[in-house]
Design a protein around this ligand. Sequence first.
Ligand code: HH2
Length: 254
Amino acid sequence: MGVLNVTPDSFSDGGQFIAPERALAQARRMIAEGADIIDIGAESTRPYGAQPIPVEEEQKRLEPVLAAVVALGVPVSIDSMKSAVVAWALDAGAVIANDVWGLQRDGGMAALVAQHRSPIVIMHNRDEADATIDIMKDIAAYFERSLAIAAKAGIATENIVLDPGIGFGKTQHQSMTALARLDELKVFKLPLLVGASRKRFIGVISPSEPHQRLGGSIAAHLLAAQRGARIIRTHDVAETVQALRVAAAIEDKR
Ligand code: HH2
């Protein structure tokens, strides 16, 4: 899954793809490099300093790019926590909803996703990190709540993807734990998505700016794939695809 942020303030690529022609060129490039899904977001979810924006602004940023990216022929997911934005994007050709609040924030999201029969990424999140909790237990309990909401709304199980939400409502160590113990989430018997790309825990282990975290991102993503992640969300498609292919080919020789 290649990340396309049409935002001025995303933590690693804010402002880079806000111009529609640059966003489209980036989508084309990621597809050529092997992305199977393009995830478009127009509101930053960074933990510090993100500007919450109204529906109209989010839609205004998406409008000049979404249909053009859809026309490239690869499934597009819409990264938004607002059901009004997701509804608009699904009508404009996006086919996957990516909700960083896992159906638990916007009361209209579950019914919308059920009605469209679209796949939904349910991501774990918390308002505040709490270093004292067992993060794996918290993630599992959160998924149970999201899955109950999904079932009640009539969302088909085969349309659900789970994501531990690396960097969301977690301490840096809890993000590492979620990656280290990702295989425990296999009990849900649903596909797992992981997005560790350029995130802050990498800079904690190895001091670096977001654009200098490619090596750390690849390390995290390879370990995630080994522990069962089926979808990897990344800003750096070519390098990640190569790493995953090499790891899979070597694994195949065992
Ligand atoms: N991470 C980000 C945004 N959306 N969605 C899912 N399902 N999983 C993630 O890990 C995830 C996500 C944050 O990364 P990015 O989009 O690059 O940053 P920003 O939110 O600042 O735009």
